[in-house]
Design a protein around this ligand. Structure first.
Ligand code: ATP
Ligand code: MG
Length: 609
């Protein structure tokens, strides 16, 4: 059945919002969440049908789906009806190329309307979409195209020339390269995306498909080692939809904006799929990351919910210190904005307090991973915020804290694990598998996949504690936790304390082996603009941290470092700080922020998980 002929009664059922946390958890089931989606007319489930087609035949057809803001600020709107036609065209293009179920279509694009069209058209065609981050260099691009068995790549002439062209022979499986924008004619072995889509038919019947069909392939950020290709299926949209109702509090009239790059899981799940599944208007900003631009767009577009990352918030904090002046946010009307949500790395309590004091807005931390496919632990509009806490598990999510062994990971004895006994005891965060967007495997790496399950739990690799009321607090990645003089020290706690000092912009903390203590805590600190490093400042900061944290936890050593090494998704790469400090091999650096390797001051790259 073509999308035009689907009956209007497939319009979305508006899911309940979270007003009472305990009650929402008590009544929630994933089956009910599934019932809030339309499903394919002939049975089965397809992400693109839920995100676009069902709205295109409902009273939301003429509502703006995408508000695209070009670099030069030109605004272009795409309605749900138009988006349905555009995505059908792209699905037809793939069909004509002979690309179908399970075939891998990669994107190497910045944020732009063609990206959204490619993503959803690919999903309609039942091919598998794998987004790459457009700032990756040629090596990581080639590595992922090969690991992911790419058949099609959608990119721009410039990106193709710089990152793929001279690797093409090494990628025999890559049959089709589609060039968005000008330049395809000059590049052998490519075709124009615009030419193909403009001549394709604009109705497409989604082939019968099951919710268990593979839909998305997402490479992890590579913070702890070589990136893994997490496999997700169409059923994931059930979780995207439900969690966006609860954690992002999406309402039908919302204007929603997610700054995450579509190359990462947040940019896909919550930048495209979840908000469209709710039929809201989504901002697609093609511009650079810049505090002034953000404030302006938030005000001009009357954005109601903003989903971003701690790095972005730290950029805003730098541009608008708590001490004032507040002219930047005050010169924009942010009155439509209800709250800011943040994900991807620990949200320092300082950022939450800053949001309240400077913007007058709640900042909601939430936690999840590429593997979980959707938000797992969050703060909610209807609940109090405990600054520094990631919040509580979503309805439908069962989480626990497991006792850890010597290696900092959950202790597995005879196949069994043990949950911690008392509140506030630190351990590894584990989740009971069974939610719809749970990854179904690491592509081609079965052993690596099997290794993250024990005794009926999925082991996340993150250390947390749960307070007596059930709020979760991030301690650190199991690999980053420092054992010093018998204490387990989470680097995040130390970094957050340092960041409370007005001179400190960012901090990264590691353990340096020590014959007496096992490890001593060493902090790498980048200073705010205008503050110069000095021995005196080092003494002051060490004393400041000791007063806040106590001598057992506070750093003993410090180095000033203008460019903390970051992953391209904005996370401090502590494993690299440690390797550099100890002269060890640096391991897989494919996701290292490029300029950090060369070491001049890099622009921060926020907003991605
Ligand atoms: P890799 O798995 O390749 O090492 P990665 O874990 O950084 O990379 P992602 O899946 O992008 O890849 O990131 C998920 C991780 O990000 C989480 O496991 C956690 O360590 C961190 N994270 C996400 N959200 C939060 C949060 N709110 N607070 C603290 N840490 C977070
Ligand atoms: Mg990970």
């Amino acid at each position: 059945m073509a999308w035009e002929t689907i009956r209007k009664d497939t319009a979305p059922v508006v899911p309940p919002r979270l007003t009472d946390y305990e009650e929402a958890r008590a009544v929630f089931t994933w089956d009910r969440a599934r019932g809030e989606l339309a499903g394919l007319p002939g049975g089965g489930l397809n992400i693109a049908h839920e995100a676009v087609d069902r709205h295109a035949v409902s009273e939301r057809a003429d509502r703006v789906a995408l508000r695209c803001i070009a670099r030069d600020d030109a605004v272009e709107d795409v309605t749900y009806a138009e988006l349905a036609r555009l995505t059908s065209r792209f699905a037809n293009v793939l069909r004509e190329l002979g690309v179908g179920r399970g075939d891998r279509v990669f994107t190497l694009l910045g944020r732009c309307p063609e990206l959204v069209t490619t993503v959803l058209g690919t999903l309609k065609s039942t091919s598998v979409l794998c987004p790459l981050f457009s700032a990756f260099g040629p090596d990581p691009v080639e590595q992922r195209l090969r690991l992911g068995d790419a058949r099609v790549l959608v990119t721009t002439a410039d990106l193709y020339r710089k990152k793929v062209a001279d690797r093409r022979e090494a990628l025999p499986g890559l049959e089709h390269v589609l060039i968005v924008g000008p330049g395809a004619g000059d590049l052998p072995g490519t075709v124009s995306w615009q030419e193909l889509t403009s001549s394709a038919a604009d109705s497409f019947t989604i082939p019968p498909s099951s919710g268990e069909d593979m839909a998305l392939l997402h490479f992890t950020s590579g913070t702890t080692g070589a990136p893994k290709g997490a496999v997700h299926v169409h059923e994931a949209v059930v979780a995207h939809h439900a969690t966006a109702a609860y954690a992002l509090d999406l309402h039908p009239e919302d204007v929603y904006w997610c700054t995450a790059d579509p190359g990462w899981v947040t940019g896909m799940s919550y930048g495209i799929i979840a908000p469209l599944a709710h039929g809201v208007t989504v901002i697609v900003d093609e511009g650079d990351y810049d505090a002034r631009r953000w404030y302006r767009i938030l005000g001009e577009q009357r954005v109601t919910v903003w989903y971003t990352a701690p790095t972005a918030l730290r950029m805003l904090m730098r541009a608008t210190p708590r001490q004032g002046p507040y002219d930047l946010p005050r010169s924009h009307d942010l009155s439509a904005l209800r709250f800011i949500a943040s994900v991807g790395e620990p949200l320092n309590p300082e950022a939450v307090v800053w949001g309240r004091d400077v913007l007058g807005l709640p900042v909601h931390d939430n936690w999840w991973q590429t593997e979980t496919g959707c938000i797992m632990i969050a703060n909610y509009a209807a609940c109090d915020i405990r600054p520094g806490s990631m919040g509580r598990p979503l309805p439908g999510v069962e989480a626990t804290v497991l006792r850890t062994g010597e290696d900092g990971r959950a202790l597995v004895t005879g196949g069994r694990v043990t949950e911690v006994e008392s509140p506030d005891e630190e351990g590894e965060l584990a989740l009971r598998p069974g939610w719809p967007s749970m990854f179904r495997g690491y592509l081609h790496e079965k052993e690596r996949y099997d290794a993250v399950f024990a005794d009926g739990w999925y082991l996340t690799g993150d250390l947390v504690r749960r307070d007596p009321d059930g709020w979760y607090w991030f301690v650190g990645r199991a690999d980053d936790v420092i054992k010093s003089a018998g204490h387990l020290i989470g680097p995040f706690e130390v970094e957050s304390a340092l960041m409370e000092h007005p001179a400190v912009a960012e901090a990264g903390v590691i353990g340096r082996p020590d014959p007496v203590a096992g490890n001593v805590v060493k902090a790498f600190v980048s200073l705010r603009p205008g503050v110069e490093p000095s021995a005196e400042l080092e003494r002051e900061l060490l004393g400041f941290a000791r007063r806040r944290l106590g001598p057992a936890v506070a750093p003993r050593e410090m180095a000033f470092d203008r460019n903390l090494p970051r992953t391209r998704s904005g996370k401090v790469m502590r494993r690299l700080l440690r390797a550099r400090e100890l002269g060890l091999p640096t391991g897989d650096l494919s996701t290292l922020e490029g300029s950090a390797r060369a070491r001049p001051a890099p622009p921060p790259v926020p907003g991605r998980t």
